[in-house]
Write a protein that binds this ligand. Structure first.
Ligand code: BG6
Length: 463
């Protein structure tokens, strides 16, 4: 059954940081391309007047899209209506209901996007329901969805009192990234990779999400969360699922979501002994960070997938702030040939073939092969065969453009289903609960505590 398309978009948190950095530029681009035509209503606590909202929209769009067309920007801003008020106040929702009806008719199908702090999700949904807005509507909820398995289940139960599962879209913006989805396309649209993509040919997998910047002005948010909750439980486990899941049985949204869910079911709960936590030098001086904080800004851990395809293949994952670069890269190390016939330039054993899948900043693919070194003898030389996707395929759409387009169209493929989220919380549970030691300090600009590489056996530097 096709889901109804949204007839009005309501954005809670239109003046927040996420809206400024990501959502408003995405909505502008969709509108400018003619792909978004429904009325938009922004709900805000901090901005009460039209002129301030217009200024906020203009500066958000111009910061992200410096060549934004002035007329298109003004037209976009004029289409956004403002409902100002507190999210806990039923009167805000009565006024919102009136705005929804006047913008889109007596009983429109509404898309309600909650870009607000998670402690407000429950109240917003309760008040939407009390105002009669959830019956015909879709709720789109930003991350984090819960703080652990129990709180995720409690939040889900609270929201599900008012809406069915198919009305609830949980955002993980990594699911909206084209290079993440491309992992599935590269694997299953080609026959070159898939025959190798299993324990027979793959020796190990490394996934690195490095960020060169610190937590900046997000100290109080980050200190309550840490790296595992911020990017591993959600973004990196979804990347892992795309990288290692079985082929979906069809192109149906739930077939893809089933595939990701089954994969995460097979991921072993992380053993805290196989995790190293770090904190960059100076983190404790960040405004909003508790002086006795034990929050990690770096984690390296080893995952195992207990299924037929991946048994015994170690999957090393590391993520952190203040690392040497900003990039997300997957390195797949293949087994060595069964007999060594050649040596490398130094007379030693040649290195393994690597498949590097770069997700960001520039999506690309490198096969690290070996070829004959020119000259006498049979020595090997590394031969990186590399392609940058943008130079061949052109610009990709930003994740929030896809998230909003899909939320309005009603396509749930790139949203997280509750079963997958529960598995993800289960996988990281013990490293959240059972850590007693404070994280190890590492210098800014390094690859985390030295012990991370040494103990977990990191192999490949980023390409
Ligand atoms: C967010 C995290 O979900 O993802 C941030 O809260 C992180 O801490 C960000 O920096 C990374 O997203 P992207 O799209 O820039 O890789």
């Amino acid at each position: 059954m096709t889901a109804p398309a949204g007839e009005v978009l309501v954005l809670f948190g239109i003046t927040g940081d996420l809206a400024r950095k990501m959502i408003l530029p995405a909505l502008y681009r969709l509108t400018a391309r003619g792909e978004l035509s429904v009325p938009i209503i922004g709900v805000a606590r901090s901005v009460r007047d039209r002129a301030t909202l217009d200024k906020h929209i203009a500066s958000a769009v111009q910061d992200a899209v410096p060549d934004a067309d002035r007329a298109a920007l003004e037209a976009f801003s004029a289409r956004v209506q403002l409902v100002a008020g507190d999210y806990g106040d039923p009167d805000t929702f009565r006024r919102l209901a009136a705005a929804v009806h006047s913008a889109a008719g007596s009983d429109p199908f509404g898309v309600y996007y909650l870009a607000v702090p998670p402690d407000l999700f429950g109240a917003v949904v309760d008040n939407l329901a009390a105002a009669g807005l959830t019956g015909r509507g879709r709720l789109v909820v930003e991350k984090p969805f819960g703080h652990d398995l129990a709180s995720a289940r409690a939040l889900n139960a609270r929201i599900r009192r008012h809406v069915d599962e198919d009305q609830l879209f949980r955002v993980d913006h990594y699911l909206g990234k084209e290079p993440v989805e491309d992992l599935l396309v590269l694997r299953f649209a080609n026959t070159l990779l898939e025959p190798l993509w299993n324990r027979t040919w793959v020796r190990g997998i490394e996934i690195t999400m490095a960020e060169a910047f610190d937590v900046a002005d997000r100290g109080s948010f980050y200190d309550a969360v840490g790296t595992v909750r911020d990017v591993v439980q959600n973004h990196l486990l979804q990347v892992l699922a795309y990288l290692t899941m079985e082929p979906p049985v069809s192109d149906d949204a739930d077939a893809q979501r089933d595939g990701r869910g089954h994969l995460l079911q097979a991921v072993r709960t992380v053993d805290p002994a196989q995790a190293v936590f770090g904190r960059y030098d100076g983190y404790l001086d960040t405004p909003g960070v508790a002086p006795d904080s034990t929050t990690e800004t770096f984690v390296a851990l080893t995952l195992h997938i207990d299924n037929w395809r991946w048994a015994d293949v170690p999957i090393r994952v590391r993520a952190g702030k203040c690392l040497p670069t900003t990039a997300l890269e997957v390195v797949v190390e293949l087994q060595q040939p069964p007999r060594r016939l050649f040596v490398d330039a130094a007379g030693g054993a040649p290195g393994p073939n690597l498949v590097r899948l770069r997700v960001q900043p520039d999506a690309g693919l490198t096969f690290e092969l070996l070829a004959k070194e020119p000259g006498p003898g049979d020595r090997t030389a590394p031969l990186p065969v590399s392609v940058d996707f943008r130079s061949v395929l052109g610009e990709m759409h930003a994740p929030y453009e896809r998230i909003f387009a899909d939320a309005i169209a009603g396509d749930p493929t790139h949203f997280a289903r509750m079963d997958t989220l529960e598995e993800a919380w289960r996988i990281v549970g013990p490293v959240l609960d059972e850590r007693t030691e404070p994280p190890l300090t590492y210098p800014r600009g390094s690859w985390g505590p030295d012990v991370a590489a040494a103990r977990l056996g990191w192999h490949a530097p980023l390409g």
